[in-house]
Design a protein around this ligand. Structure first.
Ligand code: NI
Length: 256
């Protein structure tokens, strides 16, 4: 082979190598970019949430520690947010008492201060009382300090009425930042079943939405803000008690 031909072949080989290197490099870049994007959206997810995904993600942790009752009963937790409500909460408390059921109430500080006697009654009848912020505030990237104050003032309102500290919080819309767990010693409680009781005034529809999906260790999200929710909750209790479920507070469900 003459020199010119040899040189030509070397140049072609070089070009091929260069092309290959370029390809490898750009693939690495793409992979790196993808990782960065994933990292960024994961970081945001912590704050934005508001949705089912985060609720489920967090609860998997809870789910792992959730244990079956010592005697093998299937346990489940009813939770009620946004109260107390001057008309509906006491009706609900009456119904739960009749059925021997303990539930968890995530109250707002503002409503707790307005209706302290209802909060007191919750405590006396063995329900668990949790924090739902003072003004029902959603945590965003911008309002961390306000959110922190909302948690603290609600804890104070609850302690003023019950004489006890609460460690449980249901962050409105599920938006939460883990830093408050250590900082304020609060444990976030999300949910596994959302029958969307607020968007239907048809109690039987809420009941069907729940009963069909329910399983052991579920945490059901409801609101003691509507007549239909109260009716649905009590019907859910009746049906699931018949199926052998025991209703417990969320601290029992997650930690006992
Ligand atoms: Ni709420």
């Amino acid at each position: 082979m003459n020199v010119r031909k040899w040189m030509k072949r070397m140049v072609i080989l070089d070009l091929l190598m260069l092309g290959l290197l370029f390809l490898i490099h750009s693939r690495e870049e793409a992979a790196h970019a993808a990782l960065e994007t994933a990292g960024r959206s994961a970081a945001y997810a912590d704050l934005e949430v508001g949705g089912q995904d985060a609720a489920y993600a967090d609860l998997e942790v809870g789910g792992q520690s959730a244990a079956t009752g010592g005697d093998g009963t299937k346990r489940i937790a009813l939770t009620f947010d946004d109260g107390p409500h001057p008309r509906y909460t006491e009706k609900l408390l009456d119904g739960l008492k009749e059925r021997g059921v303990h539930a968890t109430f995530f109250v707002t500080g503002a409503n707790a201060e307005k209706y302290p006697e209802i909060v007191k009654r919750m405590q006396e009848e063995g329900h668990l009382i949790g924090n739902h912020t003072y003004h029902h505030v959603q945590l965003t990237a911008a309002n961390g300090e306000q959110f922190r104050k909302e948690i603290i003032s609600t804890n104070e309102a609850i302690r003023e009425i019950t004489g006890e500290d609460t460690e449980y919080i249901r962050p409105p819309y599920g938006a939460w930042n883990k830093r408050y767990e250590e900082e304020l010693n609060m444990f976030p409680v999300l949910w596994t079943i959302d029958p969307r009781d607020w968007c239907s005034d048809d109690a039987s529809c809420i009941v069907r939405n729940t009963i069909g999906r329910v399983k052991e260790n579920d945490i059901i999200l409801m609101h003691d803000q509507y007549q239909s929710s109260i009716a649905a909750a009590l019907e859910i209790v009746d049906e699931l008690q018949e199926e052998g479920y025991e209703f417990v507070t969320v601290d029992e469900l997650l930690f006992d």
